[in-house]
Design a protein around this ligand. Structure first.
Ligand SMILES: Nc1nc2c(ncn2[C@@H]2O[C@H](COP(=O)(O)OP(=O)(O)O)[C@@H](O)[C@H]2O)c(=O)[nH]1
Length: 385
C-alpha cells in the first residue's frame, strides 16, 4: 500500500461505505475553508509510520511531512522505506518470531524519527492476503503480538492500529492512489484509469465503470461506493483471494491446502522437466518439480492454470475494450523479468504481450488473468508506484 500525503488528507474526506478500516491519526490537521490568521514562522514537522504486512514481506514506510502554513495541506518531505522477507504469515506457528521482525523494523523508525517526535508519531499496520489466508486464530495471534510490540514502543498507537485490511479497501485505495498520482482525481472526473495489483496471496482489479450495465450486472459486493468531491463514485472492485502469484502457482500445482507436505512432490507442466525446488509460503514448505518423464510447455500449463481460475473470474464486458489499466506489483516484476518493459521506466503492454512471452517460454510464470483478458486486450501501463 502506497501512501501519498495529499491522498492521506483526501482520505479524511473520503467516506468509504464499504467499512473503511483505515485509522487516521488525530494529529493530521484538516484543511479548513475559512481563512485563519497566519502566524509568523509557522512550520511544523511531523511523521507517520505505516507497516504494509504483505504475504511475501513486511515493509515499513516512515513519512516525514512539513506543514508550512496551518491552513495549507502538509507536504510530504521524505519517505524512508525498509523491507524484510518473509512476511508475517510465514510465522503462523511462531508469532513471537514474527513479532521480532516488526521490532527490528521499528528500530529503523527510531533511528529516522527525532526522539521528541516519537510520542506523537502514529504507527499503523495493515495486513493483506497472507494473514487473510491463515486460520483465524493464527492470524489473531500474529496481530496480538504486533499490537503488544506497538504498545511497548515509544510511538503513538491509535485505536485499531493493527488490522487485516479487507480486499475491497485494498483495491479501492490502490485505485485512489494511482488516479491521484496520474492526475485523474478531481471533481466530476470521467477519465480515470483502472488498476491491476498482483500480490503474492491475492490480486485486485478496480476501475470506474463507464457503462451502467457494468454496475448493474456485477455481483453486489463487487461495487464499492466512495464519496469524494461531494459526489459518490461507484467503483467496480474485487480481490481474488488465493490468486496472488504465489498462491495461484501453488494452487496450480495442487499444493495449496494439501496434506502430506513432508513427502509429496507437487508437479506441474508449467515447470521445466528437470526443475525441483522447495517453495515456502504462509509458513509451509512445498516440494515442487516439473514432470521429469512428461511434458512441459505453454499448452499443458495453460490447461492446468485454467482449472484454478475457471468459474471464479468475473469478466466485466467493458474491460474487453480499449481500457487503460495500471498494472503493478508482480505484474510489474514479471514484465521486467520477461523483458517486456524497462525496469526503471516501466512501460505499456497489452495482455497479449504476456501471452506471447509465455508461449516463447521466456518465463515460468503462471498468469491467472491470461484467460480473462484474452482476445481484445486492454492496454496496461506497468508502473512501479
Ligand atoms: N508498487 C508497489 N509494489 C509493492 C510495494 N510493496 C510491495 N510491492 C510488491 O507487491 C508484491 C508482493 O505482494 P504482497 O504484498 O507480498 O502480497 P499480498 O499480501 O497478496 O498483497 C511484489 O511484487 C512486491 O514488489 C509498494 O510499496 N509498491
Amino acid at each position: 500500500t502506497y501512501y501519498n500525503h495529499h491522498i492521506y488528507n483526501r482520505y479524511r474526506a473520503l467516506n468509504h461505505h464499504a467499512n473503511m478500516d483505515n485509522q487516521l491519526p488525530p494529529e493530521v490537521p484538516v484543511a479548513k475553508e475559512e481563512v485563519a490568521p497566519r502566524p509568523v514562522n509557522f512550520s511544523r514537522t511531523f511523521y507517520g509510520i505505516m507497516f504494509d504486512a504483505g504475504s511475501t514481506g513486511t515493509r515499513i514506510h516512515i513519512y516525514k511531512f512539513i506543514q508550512k502554513d496551518p491552513v495549507e495541506l502538509p507536504v510530504l518531505d521524505n519517505e524512508m522505506y525498509h523491507a524484510v522477507k518473509p512476511g508475517l504469515s510465514a510465522y503462523a506457528d511462531m508469532p513471537a518470531m514474527g513479532g521480532e521482525t516488526i521490532r527490528q523494523l521499528l528500530k529503523v523508525a527510531k533511528k529516522t524519527i527525532p526522539k521528541e517526535q516519537w510520542i506523537q508519531t502514529p504507527v499503523v499496520l495493515k495486513a493483506t492476503a497472507g494473514l487473510r489466508l491463515l486460520p483465524q486464530e493464527k492470524a489473531k495471534a500474529l496481530l496480538d503480538e504486533v499490537k503488544e510490540i506497538f504498545d511497548d514502543s515509544p510511538f503513538f498507537v491509535p485505536n485499531n492500529s493493527v488490522t487485516i485490511m479487507n480486499g475491497t479497501n485494498e483495491g479501492v485505495l490502490a485505485w485512489v492512489t494511482v488516479n491521484f498520482l496520474t492526475g485523474h482525481l478531481y471533481a466530476k472526473t470521467k477519465r480515470t484509469v483502472g488498476i491491476l495489483d498482483l500480490g503474492g496471496g491475492s490480486t485486485q482489479i478496480t476501475f470506474l465503470p463507464r457503462l451502467k450495465k457494468t454496475v448493474l450486472t456485477a455481483p453486489e459486493d463487487y461495487i464499492a461506493r466512495i464519496n469524494m468531491f461531494n459526489s459518490t463514485f461507484e467503483l467496480y472492485t474485487h480481490s481474488y483471494l488465493g490468486n496472488g502469484l504465489i498462491a495461484a502457482r501453488l494452487a496450480t500445482l495442487g499444493a495449496l491446502g494439501a496434506d502430506g507436505l513432508d513427502w509429496k512432490v507437487f508437479r506441474s507442466s508449467c515447470l521445466p522437466k528437470k526443475f525441483r525446488e522447495d517453495w515456502s509460503f504462509g509458513g509451509l514448505t512445498y516440494k515442487v518439480s516439473g514432470i521429469p518423464d512428461g511434458f512441459a510447455g505453454y499448452k499443458l500449463c495453460y490447461q492446468e492454470v485454467l482449472r484454478v481460475v475457471k468459474g471464479i473470474v468475473h469478466q466485466p464486458f467493458e474491460v474487453k475494450g480499449s481500457s487503460i489499466f495500471y498494472a503493478f506489483s508482480y505484474y510489474y516484476d514479471r514484465a521486467v523479468e520477461s523483458g517486456l518493459i524497462d525496469g526503471s521506466r516501466g512501460g505499456t503492454v497489452e495482455v497479449r504481450d504476456f501471452k506471447k512471452r509465455a508461449k516463447e517460454g521466456k518465463t515460468l510464470d503462471v498468469l491467472p488473468f491470461s484467460k480473462e483478458h484474452s482476445g481484445q486486450s486492454p492496454a496496461a501501463h506497468i508502473a512501479q508506484t
